[in-house]
Design a protein around this ligand. Structure first.
Ligand SMILES: [Zn+2]
Length: 110
């Protein structure tokens, strides 16, 4: 651990400090930990994946509804698609809350 001079008040501070203890000048920007970076990447990938699932899911169920032979089959497919979309929506929200909390907890501290 080396000592550097604060650019604001010239006090001797540790080079591992984020803020100068005497004038509170921010010397370095706190960085997200490796785990925090992974969590943030997972959060982004999860949202892209869910968005993709919703779009492909809607396309696939639309095809089933159009190709259905009977009204009953059509109704079943529509119901199934609705339930699937709801499940997907719940999964999306719950996943976002859990991963979002992890992103919040691993945010860089100053
Ligand atoms: Zn200072």
């Amino acid at each position: 651990m080396a000592l550097i001079n604060c650019p604001e008040c010239n006090a001797q501070i540790s080079d591992s400090a984020f803020k100068c203890p005497s004038c509170a000048h921010q010397v370095r920007k706190p960085k997200r930990s490796l785990f925090g970076k992974i969590v943030k990447a997972v959060f982004i990938i999860f949202n892209i994946f869910m968005l993709y699932s919703v779009f492909t899911g809607m396309g696939a169920s639309g095809e089933v509804i159009n190709n259905a032979a009977s009204d009953a089959e059509r109704a079943g497919a529509a119901l199934g698609a609705g339930m699937g979309a709801m499940m997907l929506g719940i999964l999306w929200v719950v996943g976002d809350i859990i991963i979002g909390m992890l992103v919040f907890l691993t945010r860089p501290k100053s």
